[in-house]
Ligand binder design. Structure first.
Ligand SMILES: Nc1nc2c(ncn2[C@@H]2O[C@H](COP(=O)(O)OP(=O)(O)OP(=O)(O)O)[C@@H](O)[C@H]2O)c(=O)[nH]1
Ligand SMILES: [Mg+2]
Length: 353
């Protein structure tokens, strides 16, 4: 089955030193079964050529694991492309992938040149020397690109942790200030297990949970909290929340904490809501007043007056959530979603099995 996160299936990528050691071990372990009728010098020739070929073959395979098996950035779903930009930087990633890929022609030509030398030599010591020299030069090429390999390994680590998105299921994205109870809601209603804590910025990346609402499968997206500040000042963690809103949200649940236990005022939260409404004018937005169990009556009254249509919930207890989710699913317009599914599936890597 196709992985829903395009970065989840990249094979292990080795560092430069690991590749050198791995290829070296493979090439020296190669068992030769050349005929005993051959002269010693001929047996050496066959052995040295085979060892060098094996060394090069393994190096090239490991390079391909890093480069060819990395999902093509040009074909990524915009959600993943934008997260790749935020989390690792796509220019640097492309540059590193290109640099590692470009090692292959030199490696091939060094191999070719030294195989020729071994073929022409009549001295078995000279043959060994050629093989060693070739391996040494190939190792130097790998070492020169070690930083690029390290960068690709780090990028893979960060990107493979991203959630997989199912393209054919409506997504409800929970957003709001830090600490208002987004993760509490998502955890309460879905398969997701986000961390919940009394302090802000607990959630540091997008998390997706699944649930059924009536007959409909739904994914609910927990996002890191965002502050009411200009886009240019947002940090990488907040930007991931914006990316989820931008590319995943069929409907947005905007959570407000009128108790202000989250650490920000009601008015600040209202400002953020109008920012989000301005940023995403086409997305249905349901406003949920959370923590009404601890909101002082005057604060709650103020919130009710400002948002008479808002849902009132207590996420920790599950109060009001069913009604909220039912209405959220009713807001999803399935038509444009179906049209985008084909594009999304086409952007995923091909099934290798
Ligand atoms: N009293 C009360 N506390 C709640 C409610 N919902 C969440 N909390 C508490 O609020 C705190 C923050 O909850 P989280 O779910 O981690 O908040 P979050 O919005 O995901 O926070 P970040 O990940 O930091 O953005 C935790 O201590 C929760 O137990 C609620 O309905 N009532
Ligand atoms: Mg959270």
């Amino acid at each position: 089955m196709r992985q829903l996160n395009p970065f989840a299936n990249i094979p292990t990528i080795m560092t430069a030193e690991e590749i050198i050691e791995f290829a070296h071990n493979r090439s020296t372990r190669l068992s030769m079964k050349s005929s005993l009728r051959l002269k010693r010098v001929e047996r050496t020739r066959i052995r040295e050529i085979s060892r060098l070929q094996e060394f090069t073959k393994q190096v090239k395979t490991k390079i391909d694991d890093a480069v060819e098996q990395f999902p093509s950035l040009d074909r990524l779903h915009p959600f993943y492309l934008e997260l790749a930009e935020i989390l690792v930087g796509t220019d640097k990633l492309k540059q590193s992938l290109g640099a590692v890929h470009n090692c292959k022609p030199s490696i091939e030509s060094i191999t070719e040149k030294h195989i020729q030398a071994i073929k022409l030599s009549e001295d078995h010591r000279q043959m060994k020397k050629s093989r060693r020299a070739a391996k040494g030069r190939i190792s130097s090429i790998l070492r020169a690109t070690a930083a690029n390999l390290d960068f690709i390994i780090e990028a893979k680590k960060k990107l493979s942790r991203l959630p997989g998105i199912a393209p054919n299921i409506p997504s409800i994205v929970c957003a709001g200030f830090p600490n208002v109870g987004k993760s509490t809601l998502v955890k309460n209603v879905s398969t997701a297990e986000p961390e919940i804590a009394y302090y802000p910025f607990t959630t540091r990346q997008v998390i997706i949970g699944h649930l059924r609402v009536g007959n409909q499968s739904v994914q609910i997206v927990d996002t890191p909290g965002i502050l009411d500040r200009p886009m240019a000042e947002r940090n990488d963690i907040e930007l991931q929340a914006i990316t989820a809103l931008k590319y995943l949200a069929n409907v947005i649940i905007f959570m407000i904490d009128p108790s202000e236990a989250c650490g920000w005022t009601f008015d600040q939260q209202v400002t953020l809501l109008s920012e989000v409404q301005k940023m995403f004018p086409l997305n249905p937005i349901l406003i949920a007043l959370n923590k009404i169990d601890i909101a002082p009556p005057d604060q709650l009254e103020k919130a009710r007056t400002k948002f008479p249509d808002a849902y009132e919930i207590v996420a920790v207890e599950g109060t009001g959530l069913e009604n909220l989710l039912n209405d959220a699913v009713d807001e999803v317009d399935l038509k444009p979603m179906k049209e985008s599914i084909k594009d999304y599936l086409a952007s995923l890597p091909r099934d290798k099995s």
